[in-house]
Design a protein around this ligand. Structure first.
Ligand SMILES: Cc1cc2nc3c(=O)[nH]c(=O)nc-3n(C[C@H](O)[C@H](O)[C@H](O)COP(=O)(O)OP(=O)(O)OC[C@H]3O[C@@H](n4cnc5c(N)ncnc54)[C@H](O)[C@@H]3O)c2cc1C
Length: 397
């Protein structure tokens, strides 16, 4: 038996023995376990599952074991993911620290920063939020104006960040700040880690049409940030920002459809809600063609991701693939939602009425939630500009 096969066998047995039964079902967004100083668990099983995975370092399987992570290489981490998917195990912990900041710190952080922050991310002690966007800097992120002045032993931060997801519930924020207003815009930006309990920070939740308010605007007024909290070098924050965005886009393109959209597949919905003609074909030829096209596209995305994975293992990664994956995946997620809504008809338009099944309600929520995926982490139009320039080498117009 190869080492990888043995690892698969052990992992399978461990998951079977340790993942509580109720954690082997598709969770709703509200079932997600978030970290933090005031961490709360949606159930006892969620806590037990989190603690068992944390103790193995499998909240962050690929982080180095010296910082408490699982220390798995890419091949073993993939086996773990596959075995978790096989049992339908939920993620034990979800946070921007795991998917975005941690990998960026491992690449750009100092030894002291890694030692301070990575173990706390693995152990779920700190919840992180992202302070990139500003009222005048979204797609044109390099226009950030939030200012950090060098005051000798600390930076003094003044300005604002917007669309900061879950800022009210987060403990720390990673921020892009302007440290040299006179330099060309990308050369005057730095990357700062800021404790949200620092005096001078205030947060205003932004009410959404759905009634939720996961978005916030964060205000900084004379906020003192120790110099040790600057990642990489002063005025080189754009390099860190780009590195982190790669992880953000990968995370968005890999978001589980099950998590957002329920387990109902288009084929099951076609069976149940549309039916077949006397030749055994779906009643609507247009929908039949569209579903087939979507399934082929999803298969192509899956195979491309697998090819990228193998090329990475072979030390020959194709840098164009990550550029296209967020665009194609999020676009196809939305295609699936539209097709599902068409198949479900009026039953795909429920919000919270007991008249609708749980799967039907998940479908309508997915339709609305997934609209945000082609905006968050860089809009599709901007992604297309990047693909045209860096993947296809097209001339600028
Ligand atoms: C669900 C969600 C969560 C988010 N969470 C966070 C967070 O936690 N922290 C954070 O910092 N930000 C967050 N954001 C903000 C997100 O990064 C921005 O919304 C995004 O970068 C777009 O910026 P904008 O909203 O300012 O739109 P704009 O940049 O104002 O764009 C408006 C429109 O113009 C188009 N456009 C702009 N420039 C070009 C161009 N050069 N070529 C073609 N078209 C163009 C865009 O595609 C878009 O359609 C989140 C957004 C969403 C939807």
């Amino acid at each position: 038996m190869s080492e990888l096969d043995a690892f698969r066998e052990d992992t399978r047995q461990w998951l079977e023995a340790n993942c509580p039964e109720s954690m082997r079902t598709v969770g709703r967004r509200e079932d997600m376990v978030a970290p933090g100083r005031n961490q709360k668990f949606p159930s006892d099983d969620a806590r037990i599952w989190f603690e068992r995975m944390r103790d193995k370092g499998w909240t962050c399987p690929e982080f180095p074991s010296e910082y408490g992570g699982g220390g798995l290489d890419a091949a073993k981490a993939k086996v773990l993911r596959q075995e978790m998917q096989r049992l339908k195990c939920r993620a034990p912990l979800s946070d921007l620290g795991i998917s975005m900041l941690g990998p960026a710190l491992l690449e750009f952080g100092s030894e002291a920063q890694k030692a301070e922050h990575i173990p706390r991310i693995v152990r779920g002690e700190i919840r992180w939020c992202q302070g990139y966007s500003e009222p005048g800097a979204g797609s044109d992120l390099a226009s950030v104006q939030c200012r950090a002045e060098d005051k000798g032993d600390h930076y003094l931060v003044n300005g604002t960040k917007i669309w900061t997801s879950f800022a009210t519930e987060s403990d720390w924020i990673f921020c892009l700040v302007r440290t040299d207003p006179d330099a060309p815009k990308r050369d005057g930006i730095s990357f700062l880690l800021i404790d949200m309990e620092t005096p001078g920070i205030s947060i205003a939740p932004i009410q959404l049409i759905s009634g939720d308010s996961e978005f916030c605007q964060v205000f900084f007024e004379d906020v003192k940030v120790p110099k040790k909290n600057m990642v990489y070098e002063a005025n080189k924050g754009w390099t860190v920002a780009k590195g982190l965005l790669k992880h953000e886009r990968k995370m968005i393109s890999e978001l589980s459809q099950d998590f957002i959209g329920g387990t109902l597949t288009l084929r099951q919905a076609a069976d149940e809600y549309l039916g077949y003609d006397k030749n055994g074909k779906l009643k609507e030829p247009g929908l039949r063609a569209a579903i087939t096209r979507h399934e082929m596209n999803m298969r192509a995305i899956e195979l491309t991701a697998y090819r990228a994975h193998l090329e990475g293992l072979a030390g020959e990664p194709d840098s164009r693939i990550p550029l296209i994956m967020k665009y194609v995946s999020t676009t196809e997620f939305q295609v699936k939602d539209e097709l599902m809504t068409e198949l479900l008809g009026y039953r795909g338009l429920g919000w919270d009425d007991a008249y609708f099944s749980e799967e039907e309600l998940k479908s309508s929520r997915s339709l609305l939630f997934n609209k945000s995926l082609t905006i968050a982490g860089g809009t599709n139009e901007v992604q297309l500009n990047i693909i045209a320039k860096r993947a296809l080498d097209l001339p600028e117009s």
